[in-house]
Ligand binder design. Structure first.
Ligand code: ATP
Length: 238
């Protein structure tokens, strides 16, 4: 469903992403972990076409990632939510529905707004929303078109505990529906139970890419270490 080969992204002379290749099969949930500055957001932004890649090829469902055909397959939840100042929460949902040509979107929009406690904010303008509310609107807009592939960049940042719980529940539901998900996060426990695979980035490179149990077998000296211990071990500076 996603094929990334030889992806390089330079900012000036600095390589933020260093010739990485990986793929996601349909229905796979992959957690993207890495310390600050590892290159996770840059990788995601290159995949969704928000940043111009320096080199490499990216295909989504067999289409070049920049094509309209590819864009029909995925939603992206950015690290920093962008909402329109002069659209209300409800109008954001309407806008997405019209942009994606979704019929019968109102019930789903109502359900999503209820899950994320936005029902009483439905008529609030984007500019008057708190950071957490913006993040919730961003998640609702991403889920409304029912995409096959979801790219979540730090989706829990700024959410309250109830919204974090709901997002974890939604991850589980999306996985059960067979969606393909790449989720970058520092909250390791939020992906530990649902991820089929973990990719660990450091300094623009992928330094681990396997199931949690295989990573533990390959890299852990103590057999009963947690994913968090493993992450800290793998990403520590020499
Ligand atoms: N717009 C930019 N201009 C120059 N350098 C950048 C820019 N954005 C990111 N970088 C650099 O690219 C590298 C990767 O950054 P990136 O934001 O992808 O990391 P990250 O893994 O998402 O980090 P975090 O966990 O802190 O969000 C870092 O060294 C960062 O300083």
């Amino acid at each position: 469903m996603l094929e990334v080969s030889g992806l390089i992204k330079k900012y000036g002379k600095q390589n933020a992403v260093n010739n990485i290749s990986f793929s996601l099969q349909g229905g796979e949930v992959v957690g993207l972990l890495g310390p600050n500055g590892a290159g996770k957001s840059t990788t995601m932004k290159c995949i969704v076409g928000l940043l111009r890649k320096t080199a490499g090829e990216i295909q989504i469902a067999g289409h070049d990632h920049l094509s309209v055909a590819a864009k029909k397959y995925f939603s992206y939840i950015p690290e920093t939510p962008h909402v329109y100042d002069l659209l209300t929460v409800k109008e954001h949902m309407q806008f997405i529905a019209q942009a994606y040509g979704i019929k019968d979107w109102k019930d789903k929009a109502t359900e999503l707004m209820e899950i994320y406690d936005l029902t009483d904010k439905a008529d609030k303008l984007g500019r008057d929303l708190s950071k957490g509310m913006r993040q919730k609107v961003s998640i609702c807009c991403a889920l409304l078109p029912d995409p096959q592939v979801l790219f979540f960049d730090e989706p829990m940042i700024g959410l309250d505990p109830k919204a974090i719980k709901n997002t974890k529940k939604i991850f589980k539901e999306l996985k059960d529906q067979g969606k393909t998900i790449l989720v970058s996060t520092h909250l390791i426990d939020s992906v530990e139970t649902i991820a089929d695979r973990i990719m660990i980035m450091k300094d623009g490179n992928i330094i681990g890419n396997d199931t949690i149990s295989n990573l533990k077998t390959a890299f852990s000296s103590a057999g009963d270490s947690s994913l968090e211990d493993l992450f800290l071990e793998l990403t520590k500076d020499e």
